[in-house]
Design a protein around this ligand. Structure first.
Ligand code: ADP
Length: 411
């Protein structure tokens, strides 16, 4: 059983073809700069070396066609024909309040996802274009949607409602949705396995630190709060996104500098975060180079970044009345011992204590417990694997173990 996982971004297409018998990756790659000059495809077949193919990629349809051609090509292919793709799973960013689980894609589901474009104008349209392209090239193959927002649909209204006049929720569905749900779900479940305790009994704080960053409070297997909000700009300080700020600052800046809406949008999404504070880089690898001697601005960016995470740890412990484990994941969370150290220093009162040498020794790509033996709260590093979750959900949907319309375990 081969499952293709697609993640179509605004100018990229990430793909992985899984053999679900042993969850091995037959091929994977990234189509870069879709619809732009200098497009190319980075492709890896099996364990082979990465090859780069320079080719025009007019749009997502064209990109997906080129991925299919590669998968069956004589030189770099891994399957004899497209008939060997049994199902396709798509990452879809926003499913609004309609879906609390992964579902098989039907016309009705696609219509519901189109209605969510207003909430995720940069993400849902390319996600949908990917689905449409697969329908055209593989009309008989079942497709599943796995949504970033779905895992957080268990949040209670007191956690997701903003204190705006309620009409904005009732009429416009303005509320906290949360994102990175697939990653939070995966690493929190892995944490339960590492702790050898039932998932449904644990209180877990999951900390996803990639280009975008978010945290989730997961109580007895359910997301009860998360730091990203109506959009992925709220919450933690990110590479280029601002995270929490006083909303009145936006009005003040717009007025003083006579900025248009798209200029403020750009400012908050592309020029803020650690890039904005440091003025040097959005990449934590750069800011950490020579730490703490690179520059006062780089140090300040790292301190503000880590301090925000500490505040959310405290908040989520209060939300859940305790915590069994905190989990660091994604690019920064998995690799940066400096950030983990800055976050976890002096949290003994909350039961969090990390072993500095274990923290430094954690090897890239490996799961590990970096707490001291006497820590009440375990601090774990767990590599995320959203593609595998999408492949697994797709398999369970097509095999009938998940209800195709709700994603809940089938009766
Ligand atoms: P995405 O959010 O796009 O899925 P990742 O989860 O891979 O991306 O995270 C990318 C970020 O991870 C990069 O911007 C970089 O700042 C950070 N990162 C990657 N490796 C390291 C490292 N060794 N040390 C610190 N940060 C790292």
């Amino acid at each position: 059983m081969n499952i293709l996982v697609l993640n179509c971004g605004s100018s990229s297409i990430k793909y992985q073809l899984f053999n679900m018998k042993d969850q091995s990756i037959l091929a994977k790659g990234l189509v870069n700069r879709v619809g732009m000059a200098n497009a190319c495809i980075d492709h890896i077949s099996g364990r082979g070396p990465k090859i780069q193919i320079i080719t025009d990629v007019i749009d997502h349809h064209d990109g997906i066609k080129k991925v299919f051609d590669l998968l069956v090509s004589k030189d770099h292919g891994v399957i004899g024909s497209l008939d060997e793709i049994n199902a396709v799973g798509h990452r879809v960013v926003h499913a609004g309040e309609k879906f609390a689980g992964s579902v098989l894609l039907t016309d009705d589901v696609l219509e519901a996802l189109r209605e969510c474009i207003i909430f995720a104008p940069l993400h849902n349209p390319p996600n949908l274009r990917g689905i449409e392209a697969v329908s055209e090239y593989l009309p008989k193959v079942k497709q599943a949607g796995v949504f970033d927002t779905a895992f957080h649909q268990t949040m209670p209204i007191k956690a997701f409602l903003y204190a705006l006049p309620k009409v904005f929720y009732d009429k416009d569905r303005i509320r906290r949705y949360g994102f990175h749900g697939t990653s939070h779900r995966f690493v929190s479940k892995r944490a339960a396995i590492l702790l050898k305790k039932p998932y449904e009994t644990l209180k877990i704080i999951s900390i996803h630190l990639g280009n975008g960053c978010s945290m989730a409070a997961i109580d007895c297997g359910k997301s009860v709060d998360t730091s990203m909000g109506h959009t992925p700009v709220e919450g933690l300080v990110m590479g280029t996104r601002v995270g929490d700020i006083d909303p009145a600052i936006v009005l003040h800046i717009m007025k003083k500098y006579e900025l248009a809406i798209h200029e403020v949008d750009n400012l908050l999404n592309k020029h803020s975060g650690v890039l904005g504070i440091s003025g040097e880089s959005n990449d934590l690898r750069d800011l950490e180079e020579g730490w703490p001697n690179r520059s006062p601005k780089a140090n300040l960016a790292l301190e503000v970044y880590s301090y925000r995470i500490r505040k959310y740890i405290g908040a989520y412990m209060a939300v859940m009345n305790g915590c069994d484990a905190i989990v660091f994941t994604a690019g920064v969370g998995e690799n940066s011992s400096i950030v983990r150290d800055l976050v976890c220093q002096n949290l003994d009162f909350l039961g969090i204590r990390i072993d500095t040498s274990l923290n430094k020794k954690t090897v890239r790509g490996a799961e590990g417990d970096i707490s001291t033996s006497d820590a009440r709260v375990r601090t774990l590093v767990i590599p995320t694997n959203e593609e595998l979750v999408i492949a697994e959900d797709t398999l369970e949907l097509i095999e009938g173990r998940l209800d195709p319309k709700t994603g809940k375990p089938a009766k």
